[in-house]
Ligand binder design. Sequence first.
Ligand SMILES: CC(=O)[C@@H](O)[C@H](O)COP(=O)(O)O
Length: 255
Amino acid sequence: MLTIGNKTFKSRLLLGTGKYPSFDIQKEAVRVSESEILTFAVRRMNIFEPSQPNFLEQLDLSKYTLLPNTAGAKTAEEAVRIAKLAKVSGLCDMVKVEIIGCDRSLLPDPVETLRATEMLLNEGFIVLPYTSDDVVLARKLCEMGAHAIMPGASPIGSGRGILNPLNLSFIIEQSTVPVIIDAGIGSPKDAAYAMELGADAVLLNTAVSEAYDPVKMAKAMRLSIDAGRLGFEAGRMPKRDYAVASSPMVGLVPN
Ligand SMILES: CC(=O)[C@@H](O)[C@H](O)COP(=O)(O)O
């Protein structure tokens, strides 16, 4: 089970809700993913515009935990304002802090992320900051009381997979809260790798929404996350420099 704050989930796949070819495909992809947490950009969702189409209307909201994110914010103050908007709309008291510090790489601003996390924790939110794979920053977010940390695998929407497995494994090793690998996952192999590193969960969007068949890819991601988690729990064999015969040598008939 995955526990974030006071909530517990069976699924370790968090799904983003942007860029799907249609609401119907999105709904089916969400269903087969078996994801229980859906994230969306508050600024891109028409939550206060009843006349505008809205993906949330397509869902049985009793089945999902919504994780609003603060995409579009450039400062801690903007992120807090967006989080409060989501809260007053009654959507959720959980928030993913997403403060972009570089328009080209879409990498997060570490200083503003740290500030926003502190401010939102003081306001009583369940806070999940999206961060770079910086080991020290991740530790500081943890110590501050973030309810989960979300280091990126690679830039958002790049599909380049896990660029720095060593940093991610340091983050995972030292974290006292769930580590959710977020952004840049391109294929089921990347998702399984994240879980084999010991991540608690994976958040992804583009790999599914931009797949040729998003529904099939959503299922593939679910299966790979389950497989990666099982592999992690099972404990992999040691890597060796030299071959070792697979058949036992004991009791071998002499030549
Ligand atoms: C939807 C969301 O929150 C994204 O900002 C997230 O980081 C996913 O990134 P990918 O689209 O690269 O999976």
